[in-house]
Design a protein around this ligand. Structure first.
Ligand SMILES: [Cu+2]
Length: 129
């Protein structure tokens, strides 16, 4: 394997492809849990990601939640925020063992809510840098 790697690296070097390759950012997926105990929460409440990364929300519990990035659906307008030019989006109902993913390609601060539990403090933030 080591020999193959070295040969591969030498091949890349011969093609003029060198140290730049490892610098390419690799998109990743960040997990956020939908919790119902001790209270309704997104955990973590703030997710810091890079442009191109995906956030994956999962609901392991029996309470239905939503992941709503749509100001028109938030009870408090300030609870939902999107960077300029980003269209609103919404998971719809996420039942037990359900999940929702979204890949963020526009930098900025996103604020979202669960429409059922916003008043109980179920609000979250995604910061894309
Ligand atoms: Cu909820």
């Amino acid at each position: 394997m080591t020999t193959n790697r070295r040969a591969f690296a030498q091949g890349l070097a011969a093609l003029g492809i060198g140290a730049a390759a490892p610098a390419l950012a690799q998109a990743k997926t960040v997990e956020v849990a939908l919790k119902q105990s001790p209270k309704m929460l997104f955990v973590p409440g703030v997710a810091n990601i890079k442009s191109g990364d995906t956030v994956h929300w999962t609901n392991a519990y029996s309470t239905t939640h939503t992941v709503t990035f749509d100001p028109a659906k938030g009870a408090t307008p300030a609870s939902v925020a999107l960077p300029d030019g980003v269209a609103p989006f919404d998971s719809g109902n996420i039942e037990e063992d359900g999940s929702f993913s979204h890949t963020f390609t526009v930098k900025g601060t996103y604020k979202y809510v669960c429409i059922y539990h916003e008043a109980m403090g179920m609000v979250g933030t995604v910061i894309v840098s």
